[in-house]
Write a protein that binds this ligand. Structure first.
Ligand code: HEM
Length: 278
């Protein structure tokens, strides 16, 4: 390939990597905000309502498809760019002192990105695929009060409800907790809620593997933190948004974003495994 054509294709790839990368940063902020609900005590019903909204709302669906496309595009572009850069690297470069020229994260973006890709695929198999395709997904049991007669129902996804048992007390307590009580359900039973909350908590509290899953998630979040540490500000450079005044601020913002987002994500499995009483 002629040198100018090579540079052009490499610049185009960087441009698309930057755009998809920044879009994925937006996704991360949204996903984090949603998942932080897992830290709120007695919040199962709200979390499940939120999950239902996120998987059925048409506008959110479009954003989800954009997210999947961005992940695939970002990964393929990244692999191609790494291969191109390796091929173009002058002989002897490896013997120079790379750590003096660029920080560790920036030299290992491909490795960090590959680990994140493996994480995303396994993560989606665990949660997303169950939410979307698992016919045996547990449904959240909701207590409703029909004509002053407290009853426990299984609410089904097609809008019906199946009486489970009658209990002789005003305030219904399910599994020793009152948080499943939803006064609105008394008058409006439109849909049941797939119990994503239960699945998520069970995953990190699994008697055999819960600790390992939790640790693996924390490691994945550290890896993501390093990837973002370089990726966030480098995206602005790839888009040509370089400014002597703003670039230092963007770099600081990028570092703050990387640390805060990864840290908060990591707190979730740690909290569920070690502190949440299910
Ligand atoms: C550690 C805390 C995390 C928890 C507890 C968590 C939990 C979940 C759950 C329950 C779902 C299924 C909900 C749904 O399908 O809408 C999901 C989907 C997903 N997660 Fe996570 N997640 C975490 C971190 C991450 C991170 C760090 C990434 C990316 C690097 C990520 C990427 C995704 C993607 C791409 C989906 C599919 C989203 C969609 O369909 O729009 N998650 N996550």
């Amino acid at each position: 390939m002629a040198k100018s054509a090579f540079l052009k294709s490499s610049l185009a790839k960087k441009y698309w990597m930057a755009l998809t990368g920044l879009f994925l940063c937006l996704f991360l902020m949204g996903h984090l905000a949603g998942n932080l609900q897992l830290l709120v005590p007695n919040n199962a019903l709200n979390f499940n309502k939120y999950a239902l909204f996120m998987t059925t709302n048409p506008a959110v669906k479009i954003l989800s498809y954009l997210t999947y496309i961005s992940i695939i595009f970002h990964a393929i572009d990244g692999i191609m760019l790494t291969i191109q850069n390796k091929a173009a690297r002058p002989v002897g470069y490896a013997k120079s002192n790379p750590s003096a020229n660029s920080p560790w994260a920036s030299r290992n973006m491909a490795v960090l990105g590959t680990i994140i890709l493996v994480f995303i695929v396994t993560h989606m198999v665990q949660f997303w695929s169950r939410m979307h395709f698992d016919q045996n997904m547990p449904l959240q049991t909701i207590a409703i009060n029909m004509q002053g007669m407290p009853q426990e129902f299984y609410v089904t996804t097609d809008g019906g409800y199946l009486p489970k048992m009658q209990v002789d007390q005003k305030m219904i307590i399910i599994k020793d907790r009152t948080d499943f009580y939803d006064a609105a359900a008394n008058v409006k039973i439109k849909e049941g809620y797939k119990d994503l909350y239960k699945i998520t908590v069970a995953f990190f509290q699994d008697a055999k593997y819960g600790l390992i899953y939790t640790l693996l998630y924390v490691v994945a979040m550290i890896v993501m933190g390093f990837h973002l540490l370089h990726g966030f500000s480098s995206a602005f450079q790839s888009l040509g948004l370089n400014h002597s005044k703003y670039t230092p601020a963007i770099k600081t913002l990028g570092k703050g974003f990387a640390i805060l987002v990864s840290l908060l994500f990591a707190v979730i499995p740690v909290y569920i495994h070690f502190f949440l009483k299910a």
